[in-house]
Ligand binder design. Structure first.
Ligand SMILES: Nc1ncnc2c1ncn2[C@@H]1O[C@H](COP(=O)(O)OP(=O)(O)OP(=O)(O)O)[C@@H](O)[C@H]1O
Length: 585
């Protein structure tokens, strides 16, 4: 059961149960530890009141006490070791499993989930599960088990007194269950609010430059303060209510001790029980509640951990994009046949059909939002399509495992993702088996050396989170270097030279020509100048293909393309006029 709930390994589950067993032994031994002292005191009292002649068993009680102390130490040590080792290992295993699963999930899932939300699941929810394994599971199991064993023992000694002791237990359990149910729901709501706060902080940090530039920093901070302040009273109320319910149920449960005192005194006066039994019950009543209170307390944390486990479950059970790993694609024409695709409910590609041939350049052009980047991503199976077929060398991409398919693609997107690592390792992402020489050659081909040479540390310089120490053009060149290193047969270029100055752009274009020779190239470019020589230009408008052919064909037959060319010329004239004015002034 635990294994299913917390995604434990077989070994992890066994270890948690072992820890629970050792803790139960510890609880029972701790409870028993008062017995030899009690018996010794009772015997001394008997001698003092003249009911017995001498204290014959004191040495025996002393030996029992020592044995109990040793047993209690050993069982606690064993429990501690097993529990913390298991929790550490399982935590590590779960994080790796979630990361592995996220890697296999389709973009359709990842794009729906907010980054803070996913981070919170990977960090906080797994942390909650680790705490549940470390602090709650063994405590709850041991609390309930040792509580039941002690109650059974007391029932054997005297049923009536034992029932007096337990009389308030159902009420305490109901109070605690209610509190747990309420705090479970409140906790879920609080998490949403906490997430909202962390999202707003993240958004603030990411957009700090834009906020400064637009002079809206103060207003934004006010909104953020509001979001943070909104959550504080809720959290305080939650803590207060949870604490109150716990203390009410403790006290309700402890009312049973009062009943034992009243009922026991009456029974003693009537001679129904001996003073020994009465005193034993008084002593045990206090002890019997310890494990039960502990179980009631930790069961709340366990319930809270099931919410976290539910979120992990959602990720772990989300269907992966499956497919064969044993594909041997030999030809690399990329073909779209009657492809329809929607993000959520909105259809963004409507019956798209075209072939990007191996050894040719196929350009995708069209107004912003017409679906160019979506087509490029679908070719590499970032999403699965609604209907139609996308094939690479005749193999339907939906039958190929995404990571296997990815081997055939080199991709340079507009939004470059870099890692907080060295320049060298960032290029190595393209092909982790490449030699240092190959990495350096790729960097040279992508025109990276001009800036790498100037950075202290060169290839081994760390470039910060997402390469924030580099300019847009430098980041883009690193991503092109990765593509060079990968040298895959299909190349997707999405505005790959958009952030480069004209001089670097020209030299990269030359290098890209070398990279893409004899390959299937699908390129997206807003500047039509860069695609006029392409073998095929696919013109898109609102998700439909409205023209397909060479530049001169399209100039003759495609209105959308003609209009785009006209806009491009007008933009070029405006730019030229502006730069002339700049030079004159
Ligand atoms: N992850 C997403 N979730 C929902 N809708 C999306 C997503 N990505 C893109 N879209 C929408 O799909 C449509 C096509 O987007 P796409 O990025 O493919 O267009 P594009 O032609 O490449 O645009 P641009 O030239 O501006 O980059 C747009 O309406 C866009 O808002």
């Amino acid at each position: 059961m635990l294994k299913k709930l917390y995604y434990l390994t077989d070994k992890g589950q066994k270890e948690v149960y072992r820890a629970s067993l050792w803790l139960t032994i510890f609880e029972l031994v701790t409870t028993l530890s008062v017995l030899p002292i009690f018996c010794a005191l009772y015997e001394m009292l008997m001698v003092y009141t003249g009911r017995k002649n001498e204290t014959s068993s004191l040495v025996l009680y002393l030996a029992a006490s020592i044995l109990i102390v040793v047993l209690s130490f050993l069982s606690y040590k064993k429990m501690y070791k097993v529990k913390y080792l298991a929790a550490g290992k399982e935590n590590c295993h779960l994080r790796m499993s979630v990361a592995d699963k996220l890697r296999k999930l389709p973009e359709s899932y990842l794009s729906k989930r907010d980054l803070s939300d996913l981070t919170s699941t990977v960090m906080d929810d797994i942390g909650t599960i680790e705490r549940a394994i470390t602090n709650s599971v063994a405590e709850t199991v041991a609390g309930i088990a040792s509580g039941i064993i002690l109650i059974i023992a007391l029932l054997f000694i005297n049923v009536k007194l034992a029932l007096c002791l337990l009389s308030c237990l159902p009420l305490a359990v109901i109070t605690m269950s209610l509190s747990n149910a309420v705090s479970g729901k409140t906790n879920a709501k609080n998490r949403i609010l906490k997430l909202d706060v962390s999202e707003s902080v993240q958004e603030f940090l990411e957009n700090i430059k834009s906020l400064r530039a637009s002079d809206t920093m103060h207003e934004y901070q006010k909104k953020m303060d509001y979001r943070i302040n909104r959550i504080v009273p809720r959290l305080l109320l939650f803590e207060f209510l949870a604490g109150m319910c716990v203390s009410v149920s403790y006290n309700v449960m402890r009312l049973g001790i009062g009943f034992v005192v009243i009922c026991g005194a009456k029974m003693l006066s009537k001679g129904e029980i001996t003073p020994f039994v009465f005193l034993l019950f008084l002593l045990m009543s206090v002890r019997v509640y310890e494990p039960l209170s502990q179980a009631l307390e930790t069961v709340g944390a366990l319930i809270a951990s099931t919410v976290a486990a539910g979120r992990i479950k959602e990720i772990m059970e989300y269907p992966e994009m499956s497919g064969s790993k044993d594909t041997d694609i030999k030809a690399f024409d990329v073909e779209f046949k009657n492809v329809r695709f929607s993000y959520d409910d909105e259809e963004v590609l409507k019956d798209v059909s075209f072939v990007a041939k191996q050894g040719e350049y196929t350009a995708l052009v069209g107004p912003s939002g017409s679906g160019k980047s979506t087509i490029a991503k679908l070719a590499a199976r970032f999403w699965d399509i609604d209907s139609g077929r996308i094939t690479v060398g005749g193999t339907d991409v939906s039958t190929v495992e995404p990571e296997e398919l990815f081997k055939y693609f080199s991709i340079v997107f507009q939004d470059v993702t870099l890692f907080h690592d060295t320049i060298y390792n960032n290029i190595l992402v393209g092909n982790k088996n490449a030699t240092r020489q190959q990495v350096m050659k790729a960097a040279e081909d992508a025109q990276c050396m001009s800036f790498i040479d100037k950075i202290p540390g060169g290839f081994d310089a760390v470039i910060g989170e997402n390469g924030h120490t580099l300019s847009g053009g430098e980041r883009q060149r690193l991503s092109i270097a990765r593509a060079f290193l990968k040298d895959a047969p299909i190349v997707l270029l999405d505005e790959s030279t958009a952030s480069l100055d004209p001089e670097t752009e020209t030299s990269i274009q030359i290098a890209l020509e070398r990279l893409t020779r004899n390959k299937t190239v699908i390129m997206i470019a807003h500047r039509l100048r860069t695609i006029e020589k392409c073998d095929k230009i696919v013109v898109l408008d609102e998700g439909k293909i409205v023209g397909c052919g060479g530049h001169s064909d399209l100039m003759a037959n495609c209105e959308t393309y003609k209009k785009m060319q006209q806009y491009q010329r007008e933009t070029d004239i405006i730019k030229e006029t502006m730069s002339e004015k700049k030079m004159i002034s």
